[in-house]
Design a protein around this ligand. Structure first.
Ligand SMILES: NC(=O)c1ccc[n+]([C@@H]2O[C@H](COP(=O)([O-])OP(=O)(O)OC[C@H]3O[C@@H](n4cnc5c(N)ncnc54)[C@H](O)[C@@H]3O)[C@@H](O)[C@H]2O)c1
Length: 257
């Protein structure tokens, strides 16, 4: 049994992680940590604690799963690695230079750590497949569709998808005639390698993306839809099993898929 500790256990993602771990046959929840709700029973008699370091020492988790907030995440990962506790990090906000420091620290301490900005297996596969398809198509555009409370556009996933595709092809508007936009923005944002990204915002959607490739006589679409936060759990469990069995540093779920 893999002994798991969840940090941020009372948050939106943390609650899903706690449920996923409680339902996983090869995992045992040994600790739930949060800055709020001390003593709350998260299930199976595990009560929320507030002191991470104390929990690491007393409950001895094999793997910590952290979904907290960007402001403290660098210090958290430092703490996990220095205490030689393996970790799976879903919390966003780590800067590139911080990731480099953590990679080095993980190596020095021979302690596995996996950080991923997106744990949705389907979304990661969509990006991997889009990169693969980009080798064979000279025309492509992206439509991303999200709920109307999302403040930024285009989505990070759409930007990342375009960057990956751009590694394979310098221009995805091959053969397009000169264009005039009659209404500004009609052709969407112009991302890497002229990949046009169109952002849709409306209630009903959670997070969806469609990558459309075109060539003479054929259209090829790759589409992913997230229905709710459980979409991240397969990836979180996959990552937890990976770090349990390995001692290296990994950034991005795609590197273990
Ligand atoms: N990697 C992914 O696939 C993915 C997916 C969704 C969300 N996220 C990220 O996960 C993080 C959490 O998202 P959320 O929607 O669950 O947020 P949330 O605000 O609902 O939950 C965060 C929880 O962490 C707790 N917390 C904050 N600071 C803490 C600390 N120092 N120690 C212990 N607990 C602390 C809060 O009390 C809260 O319960 C965010 O950074 C978000 O961007 C990542």
């Amino acid at each position: 049994m893999i002994k798991i500790g969840v940090v941020g256990a009372l948050g939106k993602m943390g609650k899903e992680v706690v449920n996923a771990v409680l339902n996983a046959e090869d995992m045992e929840l040994v600790s739930a940590i949060d800055v709020v709700g001390e003593g709350t029973d998260v299930g199976a008699g595990i009560l929320v604690e507030t002191d991470i370091e104390k929990a690491l020492k007393n409950k001895k988790p094999d793997v910590i799963i952290d979904f907290t907030q960007p402001n403290g995440i660098f210090e958290h990962v430092n703490l996990y690695i220095k205490n030689k506790v393996k970790s799976v990090i879903g919390t966003t906000g780590l800067k590139e230079e911080q990731i480099e420091i953590l990679k080095q620290l993980s190596k020095e301490n021979e302690t596995g750590c996996l950080i991923a900005p997106n744990f949705s297996t389907g979304a990661v596969l969509m990006m991997m497949f889009a990169k693969q398809a980009a080798k064979y198509f000279k025309n492509a555009e992206i439509i991303e569709l999200h709920h109307n409370q999302k403040k930024d556009a285009p989505s990070g996933t759409a930007i990342k998808t375009a960057q990956l595709m751009a590694e394979e092809n310098p221009d995805f508007t091959y053969g397009n005639c000169p264009e005039t936009e009659l209404i500004t923005g009609a052709r969407g944002a112009n991302a890497d390698s002229n990949i046009h990204i169109h952002s849709v915002r409306m209630p009903g959607y959670i997070a969806s993306q469609e990558v459309i490739f075109g060539a003479s006589g054929q259209i090829f679409k790759i589409r992913h839809d997230s229905m709710d936060r459980t979409c991240y759990m397969d990836g979180v469990l996959l990552a937890s099993r990976y770090v349990y069995n390995n001692n290296n540093f990994v950034y991005g779920l795609d590197n273990i898929m």
